[in-house]
Design a protein around this ligand. Structure first.
Ligand SMILES: Cc1cc2nc3c(=O)[nH]c(=O)nc-3n(C[C@H](O)[C@H](O)[C@H](O)COP(=O)(O)OP(=O)(O)OC[C@H]3O[C@@H](n4cnc5c(N)ncnc54)[C@H](O)[C@@H]3O)c2cc1C
Length: 410
């Protein structure tokens, strides 16, 4: 039987192996990953694992024995260095070549580096892997103060973990608010207030000139206005770039990720892509979208597996993500193009951080974010999927059940 190969042994890769077996594929299946760990989930790396409240096992996608039990040949510590779509072959770092009938690229993304002098000093850290989280945890245990560059999700979660460890934290954000592009000013302010209330020195609208150092180690950050911020370590969280090198060299269509259709098929009919690396056509949203979230890497592989087996499949789940920071838990469902016009409607108590925020365009709900309010993902998803206009006043009224907004023809 012909071999299926998955490149990238992260969440998407491991879930693809599972989905292929569940869909009845019983041929040879190889899962290749350059890390030396069994596939694991990354969200704990900036939360419980970083705070030493959970170990590595808790992050495993499957128990260690699962791969043998399902005849998945796991090749860890092995990078794929080339892809030849015409020859149906990948090359491994040691020169070995491996043929495939169908291939899935699940190579994820890598942290962006800070493009300023001093970015390579010791003590300048990024966060993607277990080892990165270990290094940040060690830095927190021996540092009095750290600087976090970038007020995105990972930067803010690291800031929260650092505060929990009693470390002084300065967060440096180029925009006027953290998370401004993703959430817009109304909801981004909630996170700015949250961090300030927890003792973070949050500085927005800043430009970093360089990282300062002594003896090869970072000592702080110098801003363009001349301000110096002392720090024993600097965590850089300025986003991630999709790992598209193999696809680019192989001549596949690449544009902010590997371009795939709704079935997650690339421009080569036998090569698929899923997870952080895939820029997929979303049938419901009517556009290509690259989603860097856990739920996407969890679910897209089911579609890819079906399509690899010749079944009709389309990934049309709405983007979903979550965060935990201090005593705030949040889920976000839907998608808002930051460049489009929208209004924000709040339901609940924003001051107490117990609310749902809705993003609307022409009265239709594009997305909802529930903060310390639970079990509402389904109705939020139904509101978004319905595409129906709702009355903003009723949407804002917690006395009106969300389901009623759908059923009453609002
Ligand atoms: C610190 C952190 C916290 C996060 N928290 C949240 C959260 O709270 N909520 C949320 O929704 N999402 C969160 N995410 C995002 C989520 O973890 C990612 O969306 C998810 O990991 C993507 O999975 P993936 O399998 O596509 O990629 P990855 O998990 O990056 O896995 C890709 C794997 O492929 C390997 N690889 C790459 N190139 C090659 C090659 N050429 N050969 C062999 N192997 C290769 C990589 O080394 C890696 O192991 C977080 C991410 C990080 C880093």
């Amino acid at each position: 039987m012909e071999t299926f190969v998955i490149v990238g042994a992260g969440l998407a890769g491991a879930k693809a192996a599972q989905a292929l077996r569940e869909e009845g594929f019983d041929g040879p299946l190889v899962l290749i990953g350059e890390e030396n760990h069994h596939p694991y989930e990354r969200p704990p790396l900036s939360k419980k694992y970083l705070m030493d409240q959970a170990g590595r096992d808790a992050a495993a996608v499957h128990p260690g024995g699962w791969y043998d039990e399902h005849a998945v040949r796991l090749r860890l510590g092995t990078a794929v260095t080339a892809l030849d779509p015409a020859g149906h072959e990948v090359t491994l770092a040691d020169g070995e070549r491996l043929g495939y009938a169908k291939l899935l690229l699940a190579t994820g993304a890598s942290p962006r580096r800070l493009p300023v002098p001093g970015a390579d000093l010791d003590g300048v850290l990024t966060l993607r892997r277990f080892e990165d989280s270990d290094r940040i945890r060690a830095a927190l245990s021996r540092s009095g103060r750290i600087a976090v560059v970038g007020g995105g999700w990972i930067g803010l979660e690291v800031a929260a973990a650092a505060r929990a460890a009693g470390v002084e934290v300065t967060v440096l954000e180029a925009a006027d608010l953290p998370l401004l592009r993703v959430l817009g000013p109304e909801a981004a302010r909630v996170f700015a207030d949250l961090h300030r209330a927890n003792g973070v020195d949050l500085r927005c609208g800043v430009r970093i000139e360089r990282l300062t150092g002594a003896g090869g180690r970072v000592t702080g950050v110098r801003l363009a206005d001349g301000t110096e911020i002392a720090a024993d370590a600097v965590v850089v969280g300025i986003g991630a770039a999709p790992n598209t090198g193999l696809a680019v060299d192989a001549g596949l269509d690449v544009d902010d990720g590997i371009r795939v259709d709704a079935a997650l098929r690339t421009s080569d009919p036998d090569v698929y892509a899923a997870g952080d690396v895939a820029n997929a056509w979303h049938p419901l949203l009517g556009r290509h979208l690259r989603v860097e979230h856990w739920a996407n890497a969890l679910h897209q592989p089911q579609t890819a597996a079906k399509a690899m087996l010749g079944q009709r499949a389309a990934h049309d789940r709405l983007p979903y993500f979550y965060t935990d920071q201090y005593d705030l838990g949040m889920e976000y469902t839907g998608f808002v193009d930051p460049d489009d016009r929208y209004e924000v409607v709040f339901r609940g108590d924003v001051q107490r951080r117990e609310f749902i925020a809705f993003w609307l365009a022409d009265g239709r709900v594009l997305a909802g974010m529930n903060v310390n309010v639970w079990d509402v993902t389904e109705p939020i998803e139904a509101l978004v999927r319905s595409g129906r206009a709702v009355d903003p006043a009723r949407l804002a009224d917690p006395a009106v059940p969300l389901a009623d907004l759908l059923s009453t023809g609002d």
